[in-house]
Design a protein around this ligand. Sequence first.
Ligand SMILES: Cc1cc2nc3c(=O)[nH]c(=O)nc-3n(C[C@H](O)[C@H](O)[C@H](O)COP(=O)(O)OP(=O)(O)OC[C@H]3O[C@@H](n4cnc5c(N)ncnc54)[C@H](O)[C@@H]3O)c2cc1C
Length: 384
Amino acid sequence: MIHFTEDQRMIQQMVRKLAKEKVAPRAAEIDETDEFPWDLAKVFGENGLLNLVLPEEYGGVNADNTTLCIVIEELSKVSPASSLMVFTTQALTNVLIRGGSEEQKKIFCPKFASGDKICAFVLTEPNYGSDAASLQTKAVPDGDDYVMTGNKTFITTGEVADFYLVFARTGPGERAKGISAFIVEKGIPGFTFGKKEKKMGLRGSPTVELIFEDARIPKKNLLGGEGGGWNILTQYGNLMRIWGAASVSLGIAEGALEYAAGYAKERVQFGKPIATFQAIQFMLADMAMLTEAARSLNYRASGMIDKGTEPFSKIEPMVSMAKCFTTDTAMKVTTDAVQILGGYGYTKDYPVERMMRDAKGVQIFDGTNQIQRMIISRSLLGKS
Ligand SMILES: Cc1cc2nc3c(=O)[nH]c(=O)nc-3n(C[C@H](O)[C@H](O)[C@H](O)COP(=O)(O)OP(=O)(O)OC[C@H]3O[C@@H](n4cnc5c(N)ncnc54)[C@H](O)[C@@H]3O)c2cc1C
């Protein structure tokens, strides 16, 4: 059994109730309209879900990785698209709290204290996705600023965010060595938005192109020093997958399993509920096994990060295993849930087809599952 602290259990109960009462009734509509749910952003802000990792004096609860996993899992059971704003917002504040200087915390934490700010994690470019070390967006020092030029693509919470954690090339050094990380505020001259993707799933979570044309970013917004961006990306970004894609997909799998099991008890064919047929029982059993294994792996990995007793070289592949296994599980479980609902499962009148479309997205974002397998095999075999 996974051990949660008293505080973690309280947050779990609170978010579960909020997800059921406020988020679930909106999930289908958010998917249908593909519009960002500002009403839910307000609810999340009012309930402290947008500044969980901040210290208490700034309205946060110093949330650890396991707590973040719990929150994202609960929201994703009903609406993964809505949970993504919580994920990307913590992604920036987590890097600020764990990787920023004391001076930077003093400057930026008060800006998040109102609890209603949304953040984005900005890495991918049109020509560089998995090969992030080749990114080309440039930030050139000029007086008290860096001047940023380049395009980013597929950015979750794109135009709705207030703050952006942007990775850009400053040098010194080539590839990973020359990458730096910046906090960029919305509204600065030279920073605009381009194409919004029309996605298969995770609809309502905007995925947008960002355009930087000689945008001036103050030097105080550089996190981790010049050339320190790759370290931030691996030390924090790679581990955040546990409360990102891994927890999103755990929630999706749990939501689909619960729905399919309930449906199987109600749906009657040949004079009996389909849940009495062994073929259906065994499908549900396999779905439950995979989901429970994913859950154990996820919380084992988040516990490893929180304890901090293992070296990064052990934690990183464990997080990749959790991301890869849990997202593949969500894909399998949602596909089987559609099968259990038969023709109805294939329609928009039931939530499992949305869950299946959402599950596909999480196999791709936060580093594709091929990239996760590379991280795992490298840790086994060494770099080839
Ligand atoms: C819903 C969604 C939300 C996203 N949100 C964000 C965000 O907020 N911020 C952000 O920065 N990015 C975001 N992304 C981008 C995402 O991180 C990238 O799509 C992902 O990293 C893959 O990059 P790519 O799409 O360019 O694919 P590519 O890198 O072009 O890969 C194409 C295929 O080749 C495979 N491949 C690539 N290299 C290798 C290799 N060496 N060995 C084996 N296989 C390989 C990949 O696994 C994939 O199957 C999001 C994407 C999606 C779909």
